[in-house]
Design a protein around this ligand. Sequence first.
Ligand SMILES: Nc1ncnc2c1ncn2[C@@H]1O[C@H](COP(=O)(O)OP(=O)(O)OP(=O)(O)O)[C@@H](O)[C@H]1O
Length: 223
Amino acid sequence: MEIIKVENINKFIANEHILKNINLSVKQGEFVSIIGPSGSGKSTLLYILGLLDQPTDGKVFVENQEINFKDKKRISEIRNKKFGFVFQFHYLINELTALENVMVPMLKSGVEKSVAADIAIKNLEKLGLEKKQDRRPYELSGGEQQRVSIARALSNNPLVIIADEPTGNLDSKNTEIVMEIFENLNKEGKTIIMVTHEIDLAERTQRIIKLKDGEIIEDLKKI
Ligand SMILES: Nc1ncnc2c1ncn2[C@@H]1O[C@H](COP(=O)(O)OP(=O)(O)OP(=O)(O)O)[C@@H](O)[C@H]1O
């Protein structure tokens, strides 16, 4: 099943043509990486795929439903229920513990507090953070912070994980840990779309989409 599809999308920012007539669809279970030189439009495309930004023109579909970019309430509902986001910087809330941070998206979508806490604990366990659940972000290492943000991204059991340079701020050991987490999540069936500038990480994914000057110049599927 196609999870996300974009048709003929263009993006202009201040008269600059950032994305040029992009057509792309991502199927359930795919692990896709988006690569390309700095400024080629990788993050802009990822943000449109994750409904964090809208194209200047063209269509975006999530599970075959066309997105109406005027309906901000619906878009934020879809984002919260169907997407899990992981960024280069973790954006965890400093005042909250790891556990509370992971609970945030669930509480936002109306999950009861004790249920949210149970799910959050399970997700933290999955990421090897069961002993760190009461720590605040500043009491965790960079790698642990990023794992908490992955646990948070998983909290609503999203359809797809959208990751923008998720290892960009990590050393090689933690990069490996995060990549293995993504690979395992993908083996369990999770769809992942990841922007990276590290070609060796992209090569571990099943599909590599190469952007140059706002155009897809290669779409390499290994299976
Ligand atoms: N909010 C903005 N205002 C002005 N220009 C922007 C904005 N967002 C992106 N751009 C421009 O759009 C182009 C593509 O940016 P984007 O961040 O998508 O590239 P990228 O491939 O992800 O680059 P990088 O690898 O450096 O993160 C760049 O030229 C950038 O300067």
